[in-house]
Structure formats: C-alpha cells, structure tokens
Design a binder for this molecule. Sequence first.
Ligand SMILES: Nc1ncnc2c1ncn2[C@@H]1O[C@H](COP(=O)(O)OP(=O)(O)OP(=O)(O)O)[C@@H](O)[C@H]1O
Ligand SMILES: [Mg+2]
Length: 269
Amino acid sequence: MDAAPGQVSTTDGAGPWYRSVAHEREVFRAAAGARLPVLLKGPTGCGKTRFVEAMAHELGRELVTVVCNEETSAVDLLGRHLVVGGDTVWQDGPAVRAVRTGAMLYLDELVDARADVLTVVHPLADHRRELFVDRLREVVRAAPGFQLVASCNPGYSMAGKELKPSLRHRFVTVSFDWPDAAVEAEIVAAEGGVEPKVAKRLVGFAAKVRALPELALPETVSTRLLVSAAQLIAGGLPPRLACRCAIVEPLADDSDVIGALGDAVDLAF
Ligand SMILES: Nc1ncnc2c1ncn2[C@@H]1O[C@H](COP(=O)(O)OP(=O)(O)OP(=O)(O)O)[C@@H](O)[C@H]1O
Ligand SMILES: [Mg+2]
C-alpha cells in the first residue's frame, strides 16, 4: 500500500451523472444535514460509488476515497512518518486529511479492512466526530463539512466477513437494489450510448437472469455489466458478441452456466 493511500477527487465541473433510483438522495442529504454517517449497501455494480461521487459534487465536498482490503489498517487511514532527504516528516493519512478539511471520506468495502480500523471509525462515526492520532498524540476534531460514508456488499465480501452491530448502528443505511426496468434502461442508454430499444433489450435480459437463482452465480448481472455491453454495442460490436464478452464471461466460468446465459442472450437479441 502507498505511503499516503486515499484517492482524492475534486468536485469541479458539471459533476458525475447519477439517476435516482429510490429515495437515496433525500436520505443522504438528510443524514449529511444531521451530521450522521451513511452506509451504502448493495451488490457490485449497482451504482454506490457513482452515487457518492454525485453527492460529493452536489454538496460541494471534496471526496477522499479509500478502497479497503484485508491489509488496510488504522495506520493507512491516520498517516505515518516518512523519511525525506534524511529528515523524518509526518504525512497525514486520508482520514485525517478529510477530517481536517471537512471533506467526504468514502471507505469503500469497509468490511474488508483490518479490525484496528474500527478504532478509527468508531469515534468518527458517533457524536464525537474526532480522531485520535496516537503517533502525534493529537485529537483531530472534524471540520464542519466532514461526512463519513462507507459501503459494503452483503452478498459478497472477502472471507465472508460482516460489519459488527456496534459499527452498523452508527450509520444511517441506504440499501441499493436493481432499478425498475424503465429506470435501468435510461441509465444503460445514457451511460452506454445506445438507443433506448437496445437498452431495453439488455435490461430485459438482465431481468431474466436475475430471476434464475438456479444459476448460483456469486453475483448476478449488474447495471455496470449492462453499461459495458452497451458501450461495446455502441462501438459497433454485434450485440451477441458484446454480451458474451462484457456480461457472460465476467459472470461465469462453468460451461453449463455460460451456455444458459448465452441462450438468454440469444433470446434477447
Ligand atoms: N443510478 C445510476 N445512475 C447513473 N449511472 C449508474 C447508476 N447505477 C449504475 N450506474 C452505472 O453503473 C456503473 C457502475 O456503478 P458503480 O461503480 O457506482 O457501482 P458500485 O455499486 O460502486 O460497484 P462496486 O461495489 O463493484 O464498487 C457506473 O459507472 C455507471 O455507469
Ligand atoms: Mg464502488
């Protein structure tokens, strides 16, 4: 991991396009107004990251993202001493930077992080809104705009881990599901650059596959996969080939499952 993990995106320009699916915008705004942290839960490719990017832009906050994995530790969030030209200098980690500057801190896949990350997140996620940086012996209180956001995918996480109730209870939680067909077709058309009728066919295909639990896919057809297929189609690839490469193969390795998915593609196109 880098000495200073945490990707910073600025909020200039028109901002990312996010199509509301339910009440997620209102809930997020209310939570931000009440200075409560937000947990986004939902399957891969359902729009969680795009939503956070859009909300950061709409609320005028810098977005600091940390994609957590099983090696992400408290030090990665808080910061560390670096040796620069013979001197030792302190470098704030992404959580400390976000807290000091009043940014939006997005802990993507928080459940995958190491247990000591909880010691950082707990005091940040309740009324204290502060961090204790033990190596500096400093308590850093959150600047007014600071907003904590985390995401998790209940259907899939490394090593089947779950967030502890003591952590979950600190977050206002927004659950994401696949949008209604008409809304998802709008997203696929806009993001994929295809005609509405092509988007509708892709979404119809997704609905069929999502209704087939017997395929036992670890994750089902996501909006992301539909957008990728649409982008290939918009670039001139025949729809069946586009679906095969952008949807079927990323979803499965088993030849029977690939066959069943291919049949569903053939029915759609
Ligand atoms: N409501 C939406 N509005 C606009 N685009 C969307 C929406 N939902 C999904 N998308 C499209 O789906 C893509 C994938 O979404 P995103 O990266 O936000 O998923 P995610 O839930 O963060 O997935 P992961 O859990 O794998 O990180 C986006 O890049 C965008 O093209
Ligand atoms: Mg994401």
